[in-house]
Design a protein around this ligand. Structure first.
Ligand code: NDP
Length: 480
């Protein structure tokens, strides 16, 4: 959508800020209002489009995106910084979601039930809400808009999407692909601009029937309160402090590899990143040796270069936050086992690079053990039992993802049962999600319903219950 504004955001590569991707015009609050009006106009035709046909638009978008994986991944790496293989993984995950939700076009619907009354049929319909707003963060600039907008669209809603200001280009490619796949103009509109203005204008707009937000707990709490105040539907997926518990009977090589992947993949900038390792003292030193050896071997650099294992942080603010937590960990008495330094020499000079960082001897009350850092920093806490591990992990205010490395089935099942988290991994890292299984967290990590799978579609629909007496005489014979 065009804007009359003159404000422009310079979109740069976090690995090399001299690489300017674009000068992106910023939308205003008036533009956000206009986007909602466009969506209102486009909604009736899209609502009347049969759901399987809506699904076919997504299926065609999946095909178009598949033909552009390399181009999309390269753009994603340049805009957000994650390494190319991770960017490809993100693009492919988005394609899986498009494929999953294209099939939902054949399934979106309610259920039938018998009635207490004769000659009466009961059924429910799942119907679209109208205009919905989607607000996404920068760390999954392709997958997030896809995983929210695909269910919203197949359900028949018109969408106004506000991507994070740091990563608008990848989201714009998504719109381009959807329109090429046959999505009518106005059914999805993108507004780009500062969250407190443009985002808030959507959250508080009376015509916006639902708000789906992913981002920080701080902003999510505000968005939730402001949308709820006008009784709009709202779902917020937020931060995490995801722990891996390692028991004495675990495969320690597997655990070390999984922890390193979870902690340093995407430079730790994942809501499901592993930021805490809670290890039984009998195997602590062997596990830490395995983690530190692997962390030191990671080559940090520009994600477009072959052999690079970890890219930069997304911007100067994120870098300052992470370095602040490193200082805090040191000051609290934790032992820096590796990393902790900003990299500035040579090719690093133009970007926001930091070493993969591991702290040991961390106490559960330390800030680095409690707060989401959103960077490549792992805190290791030693415990003496599963009970103690559960006490540490369930003591966190977050509840997104978790993991246990162990062999004993009873230990594993007890962890699965008692851990307070929306997602549990067994003998695998805390990261990842798949289109066909619900994604989301509890406590501070999420409120308002799960995303992905059929549950992700439910949020974007209202249920209508129908009571149909097909003879017109049932009431006479019934007391209900
Ligand atoms: P923010 O909360 O800062 O921003 C998220 C989005 O909200 C952005 O589009 C932002 O716009 C917008 N926004 C900012 N202020 C407002 C406002 N007042 N009203 C409405 N919208 C607003 O998060 P980040 O972008 O920094 O993303 C990182 C966070 O996202 C981490 O905490 C991470 O854990 C979480 N996350 C959670 C996931 C999950 O599924 N649980 C998945 C991925 C990330 P702008 O960019 O213009 O500021």
């Amino acid at each position: 959508m065009s804007t009359t504004q003159t404000r422009v955001m310079v979109d740069t590569n976090p690995a090399d800020t001299s690489d300017v991707l674009a000068h992106v015009p910023q939308h205003s609050i008036d533009d956000a209002m206009r986007a909602v009006r466009l969506a209102e106009q486009a909604y009736p035709v899209w609502r009347a489009t049969p759901p399987p046909e809506r699904g076919r638009v997504l299926a065609r978008a999946a095909e178009l995106a598949r033909a552009r994986v390399d181009e999309l991944a390269t753009l994603l790496t340049r805009e957000e910084g994650k390494i190319l293989s991770e960017a490809r993984g993100e693009v492919l995950k988005g394609i899986n979601l498009l494929e999953w939700y294209s099939g939902e076009g054949f399934r979106v619907g309610g259920k039938t039930r018998p009635s207490e009354m004769p000659t009466t049929i009961l059924f429910s319909l799942r119907q679209p809400l109208g205009v919905v707003a989607i607000i996404t963060p920068w760390n999954f600039p392709w997958a997030e808009p896809v995983w929210k907008a695909a269910p919203a669209l197949v359900a028949g809603n018109a969408v106004v999407l506000k991507p994070a200001s740091l990563t608008p280009l990848v989201a714009q490619r998504y719109l381009e692909i959807l329109e090429q796949a046959g999505l009518p103009k106005g059914v999805l509109t993108i507004v780009v601009g500062p969250g407190p203005e443009v985002g808030d204008a959507l959250v508080t707009h009376p015509a916006v029937r639902a708000v789906s937000f992913t981002g920080s707990c701080e902003i999510g709490g505000e968005v939730y309160a402001r949308a709820a105040r006008r009784l709009a539907k709202v779902t917020c997926e937020m931060g995490g402090k995801n722990a891996v518990v390692v028991m004495p009977d675990a495969d320690l090589e597997l655990a070390a590899a999984g922890i390193v992947q979870g902690a340093f993949g995407s430079t730790g900038q994942r809501c499901t990143a592993t930021s805490l390792c809670v290890v039984h003292r009998d195997v602590k030193s062997r596990l830490v040796d395995g983690i530190v050896g692997r962390a030191r071997a990671i080559r940090v650099g520009n994600g477009l270069e072959a052999g690079v294992g970890m890219g930069p942080l997304v911007d100067a603010r994120q870098l300052a936050t992470v370095l602040h937590y490193v200082d805090d960990g040191r000051a609290a008495g934790a032992r820096l086992a590796c990393g902790g330094r900003r990299l500035t020499e040579g090719a690093y000079a133009g970007g926001y690079f930091i070493e993969p960082t591991v702290f040991t001897d961390v106490q559960p009350g330390n800030r680095i053990a409690q707060e989401e850092i959103f960077g490549p920093v792992l805190a290791v806490i030693e415990v003496g039992s599963l009970e103690e591990a559960l006490k540490v992990t369930n003591g966190l205010r977050y509840g997104l993802s978790s993991s246990i490395y162990a062999a004993d089935a009873n230990t594993i099942m007890r962890f699965v049962d008692e851990i307070e988290a929306g997602m549990v991994h067994v003998n695998s890292p805390t990261v990842g999600g798949e289109a066909q299984i619900p994604f989301g967290g509890i406590k501070w990590s999420g409120i308002g319903g799960r995303e992905m799978a059929e549950e992700g579609l439910e949020f974007f629909t209202e249920l209508k219950s129908v009571f149909w007496d097909y003879t017109g005489r049932a009431r006479q014979t019934n007391i209900y």
